[in-house]
Write a protein that binds this ligand. Sequence first.
Ligand code: COA
Length: 332
Amino acid sequence: MRHAVLAGLGAAVPEQRITNAMLAERMDTSDEWIRSRTGIAERRRVGPEESTSDLAVAAGRRALESAGGEPVDAVVVATTTPDHTCPATAPVVASRLGLGTVPAFDVAAVCSGFVYGLFTAAGLIAQGGAGRVLVIGAEAFSTIINPDDRTTAPIFGDGAGAVVLRAGDETEPGALLEFALGSDGSLADLIIVPAGGARQRSSGKPAAPDDHYFQMQGKTVFMHAVLRMEESSREVLRRAGWDTSSVDLLVGHQANIRILHAVADRLDIPAERAFVNLGHYGNTSAASIPLALDEAAATGALKAGDRVLLTAFGGGVTWGSVALRWPDLAAA
Ligand code: COA
C-alpha cells in the first residue's frame, strides 16, 4: 500500500500579540492565573482585514517551498473558523496559491482538525487519488471568541501550520505509520457555537448575542481530553508496535500545559519529551499541531529519524493520534 510521507512544513501567525496583561486590563483575570492554569503567556490575533485564508495561504506557501515547490494534487484545510459558512475555505486557498483547479475541501473537527486532515490526505494517497497533498490547519479563532469572556478569551489564539504529504513507502523517514481516531457526538454540547448554523436558523428564533460565540465546559473538556488523548496514543503506539518509552517526541494539541503534562505522565513519557509552545500562541485549534511541528523542527527539538507521536482532542467531541518517523526536513 502507498504510504503518505511528510515532505514539507510551514507556519504563519498574525503580527498582533495579545499578552495576559492586556487581557487583565479588560477582564477580571491576571497574568498569574492564566499562566498557572494554562501555561499561556500571550497569543496572536488577526488584524481587522485578516482572516483564516490569509494565514492558510502564508503557511501553505511555506510548506510548498519546503517541499521543493512541486505542485500538489489536492488541498485539505482543517478549520473551525472558515472565512464563510459557505463556501469552504480550501478552494480559495488553492486558487491563491496558484495550484490551479485541484480538488480542495475543508475538514471540520475543531482542535482535532489537523489530525483528521492528515488522515483524509493519507487516505487519498493510499487509494491513489493523489500523489501529493497540501494539508493546512488554519484558524482565526479570535473571531468566534467573546473578547469579554474570561473562561475562553485567555485560552485561544490565531495561526496556521501546513504540511505537504507525498506518496512513498512506509520504511521512509517521514512516513505516517499509523492512525487512531474517534468521536463521540453525545458530548457535542461541551464545545459549541450555539448559533449561526442550520439548527438555530431553522428554529426561526433569533439567537441570543452570546450564542454566536464559542462556549466550552472547560473542566469537563479537560477530563475527556486527557482520557481520549491517552487512549488514542496507546492505541496508535500499539498499532505501530512502539512502546511509550521509545517515543522521542510527543507533539500534543497545545490546549493547556496541564493537559499536555497529564497525558505525558499517564503515558510515562518524561515532560521534557512533550513539546510545548502554547506559551506564546495559546490554543490555536486546528493550527496547533502543525505550528508545534514547525517550531520543533526549527529549534532542533525534532531530528531526522525521531519517533513522533501526535495526539489531539477537540470539539465534536473528536480525537486522534498519529505515529510517524520524522524526516530530514527543513522548515521554510
Ligand atoms: N481568570 C481568573 N479566574 C478565572 C478565569 C480567569 N481567566 N477563568 C475562570 N476563573 C475562575 C472561575 O470562575 C472559578 O472561580 P470559582 O471557583 O469562584 O467559581 C475558578 O477560576 C476556577 O475555575 P475552573 O473553571 O474550575 O478552572 P480550571 O482549573 O478548570 O481552569 C480552564 C479552567 C478553562 C483553564 C481549564 O478547565 C481548561 O483548560 N480546560 C480545557 C480547555 C481546553 O483546553 N479546551 C480545548 C480542548 S480542545
